[in-house]
Design a protein around this ligand. Structure first.
Ligand code: FES
Ligand SMILES: [Fe+2]
Length: 391
């Protein structure tokens, strides 16, 4: 994020605090609660947002050196991601070309060769088939045609994108639309992986995403946690087609008053949160980021799994190696134990079928944006904007 943008945002937040106003969506929207419970809708979402759209499977720091690898299986396609010996990011279906068993079972590691545990067919980090025990039993064939099935893969701004369609394409400009400038400056491609955790909970995947969409709840739900260091009810917000950027307001912003703007840095008073369509939320603190990828259970609208990855500037880790040990405690205490725990109760009420709508206030513009973006992508009518909540 460029310095002039940082200053503009900090000024905006101070202005909101002074005027007692918040980001304003310009009206109110009513969101049908079956958004969170419909299996039909989930079927469409699964096809459009997950199988039919490139997925972030991790960050550059997940593949820290040549021949490092990661595996994942979040959208029903087992994926092996590698950084080959030349440093190029590649992705493959994690399935042996002999009888289809999973080739790599570890979550992450470093290896120049992958040997299938079933009969020992062996592949290198470019996916090429390089070894077949008792090869004579398979007759003559061209082993270059029996490499791991490669999936389109792209590494940009530190994100590892994979298309689950071997014939698919990845549109780099479209994926980062509106955010290129900020992301170029953050240099997250240099960050080191610290740790990860998963929250598997009884809430629709969009309810999980919703919890990152406003600061109206900070003074109440987070009164003993986030509210100690954040001002609630203020927010800098920009949407860019399908992506958006929020900047939350730290209480330390008050110390910037009277200081020359040239000394201001966003982390002195702001906490950026990016939404990368369709399911990635990036929480940005000083030289550390927390990346949340939210996935539905395709058979259960009431369940989602959030994969949470922690990354930091290598200098932060060098300065304080102990910091990487308790990496997830604070985030889990707030997001898992407060935000998601409460959203579970919303899910339960939605499933009762007795409440037709929930309301997105003027002060919750990211929720307006997420939901209408999703609806538009599925060819659904957008939620209309009302001046007052209809009864
Ligand atoms: S299934 Fe992998 S070697 Fe047979
Ligand atoms: Fe929250």
């Amino acid at each position: 994020m460029r310095q002039e943008v940082q200053i503009e945002i900090l000024r905006e937040l101070m202005g909101q605090l002074d005027a007692g106003v918040n980001a304003d969506a310009g009206g109110i929207r009513m969101c049908p609660t079956d958004t969170y419970t419909s299996q039909d809708l989930l079927n469409k979402e699964w096809g459009t947002f997950f199988l039919g759209h490139p997925q972030v499977i991790g960050l550059s720091g997940d593949l820290p050196e040549p021949n490092s690898f990661i595996t994942c299986d979040d959208v029903g396609v087992p994926v092996l991601g590698t950084r080959d010996a030349s440093g190029k990011f590649r992705a493959f279906l994690n399935s042996c070309r002999h009888r289809g068993s999973m080739v790599v079972h570890e979550r992450r590691g470093t290896s120049s060769k992958f040997s299938c545990m079933f009969h020992g067919w062996t592949y290198d980090s470019t996916g090429s088939l390089v070894g077949i025990p008792m090869r004579e039993h398979f007759g003559e064939f061209d082993s270059t045609c029996r490499g791991l099935i490669e999936l389109p893969a792209m590494e940009k701004h530190g994100f590892l994108w994979v298309s689950m369609d071997p014939e698919g394409t990845i549109d780099a400009d479209g994926l980062f639309e509106g955010l290129d400038d900020d992301l170029t400056h953050w240099r997250w491609d240099q960050y080191t992986f610290i740790g990860e955790q998963s929250f598997d909970m009884r809430l629709n995947w969009k309810l999980a995403t919703d919890t990152f969409g406003e600061t109206y709840h900070f003074k109440r739900l987070h009164r003993n946690t986030l509210a100690n260091s954040f001002h609630g009810d203020v927010l800098s917000y920009r949407s860019y087609e399908r992506n958006h950027r929020m900047v939350l307001c730290l209480k330390s912003i008050d110390q910037l008053r009277g200081q020359p703007e040239s000394n201001w840095h966003i982390h002195h008073g702001g906490f950026p949160v990016y939404f990368l369509y369709p399911n990635v939320v990036i929480n940005v603190s000083n030289r550390r980021i927390i990346v949340v990828r939210v996935y539905p259970d395709p058979k259960d609208p009431g369940r989602s799994i959030s994969r949470v990855g922690y990354y930091a500037d290598p200098e932060v880790i060098a300065d304080n190696p102990a910091a990487s040990e308790s990496f997830g405690d604070g985030f889990s205490a707030v997001v898992e134990k407060e935000d998601y725990a409460l959203a579970v109760t919303t899910q339960r009420a939605a499933e009762s079928g007795l409440q037709d709508y929930v309301i997105f206030g003027r002060n919750e513009p990211p929720l307006h944006h997420y939901h209408n973006t999703f609806r538009k992508a599925l060819g659904m009518e957008e939620l209309p904007l009302y001046t007052d909540a209809p009864t």
